[in-house]
Design a protein. Structure first.
Ligand SMILES: Cc1cc2nc3c(=O)[nH]c(=O)nc-3n(C[C@H](O)[C@H](O)[C@H](O)COP(=O)(O)O)c2cc1C
Length: 408
């Protein structure tokens, strides 16, 4: 039976599942749900020495589309200290305290870290990645806010200084949380040098939701009169999260990584591990589908590992990285689409793409009319809803890509 336990930057976790910092983790009652549904740790809601600005939580859920979170309630340190104490008393979870110091004031970061350590936090997560603070003010030319959130996290030198200040001040592991707006490889390297025990990634990139175009471009959602830029979360950022984790794992092979961003099921969790994550974080899954969906990840992951011969998480960690090469090194295999006429219903999805004239619908069925023009791009294969197209190896001289390669 697969062993899901993992040692993460000195924390012994029964499994790799962590609930990410958000309003899911601002009350002990909610944190208990996390434990009941199988999490091993939580990252508490963002905490400040002094909350810099009031922000009521609001969210935008585009029907059939993305999930935006432009703002959220923040915690004053005294409240988080109480929350940590309650969690320690009432749960067996490891408690990671997500915190943001006052910009470039290193002593402020250190002081906040010490206060959270004294309250019983097992680890500190340095939020240098919130897209809703600092970054927006900077982009809009407002100077009054200090370097906060993603503004700070984009600067490898400042990120390293902040990390070192907190590492020097506390005895528990320190984990900076990365913004995808940054070159995370450089920032991760800088904070590792500064003593970070781990890194977590990714926080939300900045975005804007759709508009009420019949109302002069007014925001879609009803509960605010205007809007600010919004953190984009959920499935839409997963490929971005994979990229950042894979890049950081490559550049910092020994750095424990908490990988998250758009993980919605056990399959995504496996992919994130294979791209190099040590543990996994979940947020939007809970917002959009609740704890019932989260609770399915553990049995799904365990079954996958048992069926595929992985005994521990370390057996899977980073195993996909060997397939990531430079474009020059990509191994091209000449292939052609093979169409199963029994399954094909002539819907025309495969014939529609604007870059390709190889497939036509003739007498209600898809027909490969010009194999010599086929690049083996496989778009038709991915578009077919009926699994009527398979890609099959072809003699090199029969495909356009093959011919081009031969002529080189
Ligand atoms: C409503 C909401 C509030 C969040 N609050 C915080 C926060 O306080 N601190 C933080 O580091 N990240 C915060 N995040 C970011 C999440 O922790 C997570 O990194 C991000 O949403 C990507 O993961 P996901 O796609 O699983 O949601 C918040 C996200 C959402 C949706």
């Amino acid at each position: 039976m697969a062993d899901l336990s993992v040692e993460f930057a000195g924390l012994k976790l029964k499994n790799p599942f962590i609930i990410a910092s958000s309003e899911l983790t601002n009350k002990v009652e909610k944190i208990k749900w996390a434990e009941e549904n199988g999490a091993s740790a939580v990252s508490t809601k963002l905490t400040f020495l002094q909350i810099p600005l009031y922000a009521r939580p609001y969210h935008i859920i585009e029907k059939g589309g993305a999930f935006y979170s432009p703002s959220g309630e923040r915690m004053q340190v005294e409240r988080t200290q109480e929350l940590i104490a309650q969690c320690k008393e009432q749960t067996d979870l490891k408690i990671i305290a997500n915190m943001m110091g006052p910009g470039e004031d290193l002593e402020g970061w250190a002081k906040l870290g010490r206060m959270l350590e004294e309250a019983g936090a097992d680890m500190l997560e340095l939020n240098m990645s919130c897209p809703n603070l600092g970054l927006m003010a900077k982009q809009m030319g407002v100077d009054e806010e200090p370097e906060l959130g993603a503004t700070l996290g984009k600067d490898p030198v400042l990120a390293g200084q902040v990390c070192k200040a907190v590492v020097d001040a506390v005895g528990i592991p320190v984990m900076p949380k990365m913004t995808p707006e940054a070159n995370t490889m450089m920032v991760a390297r800088s904070v590792q040098k500064a003593g970070a025990a781990a890194v977590s990634a990714i926080n939300c990139p900045q975005s804007l939701p759709p508009l009420d175009i019949k109302n002069g471009g007014h925001p879609m959602y009803p509960s605010t009169g205007n809007q600010s830029f919004a953190g984009l979360c959920g499935p839409w950022i997963r490929p971005l999260a994979y990229r950042h984790i894979a890049q950081m794992r490559t550049i910092c092979p020994d750095l424990p990584l908490a990988g998250g961003g758009g993980l919605m099921n056990w399959r995504h969790s496996v992919e994130m591990l294979m791209y190099g994550a040590t543990v996994l974080t979940y947020c939007s899954l809970l917002y959009l589908k609740g704890y019932k969906a989260f609770a399915k990840i553990e049995p799904g992951l365990r079954k996958f590992m048992d069926e595929n011969g992985y005994e521990t998480l370390a057996d899977m960690r980073g195993i996909a990285l060997k397939y990531i090469v430079t474009p020059k090194e990509v191994d091209y295999i000449p292939m052609l689409p093979a169409i199963d006429l029994e399954k094909c219903n002539g819907c025309g999805l495969c014939a529609a793409p604007g870059h390709c004239e190889c497939i036509e619908i003739i007498d209600g069925k898809a027909v490969l009319v010009d194999s010599k023009e086929c690049y083996s791009c496989a778009v038709c294969y991915f578009l077919c809803n009926r699994e009527a197209i398979t890609m099959e190896k072809a003699p090199i001289e029969e495909t356009r890509a093959g011919v081009a390669a031969l002529e080189k």
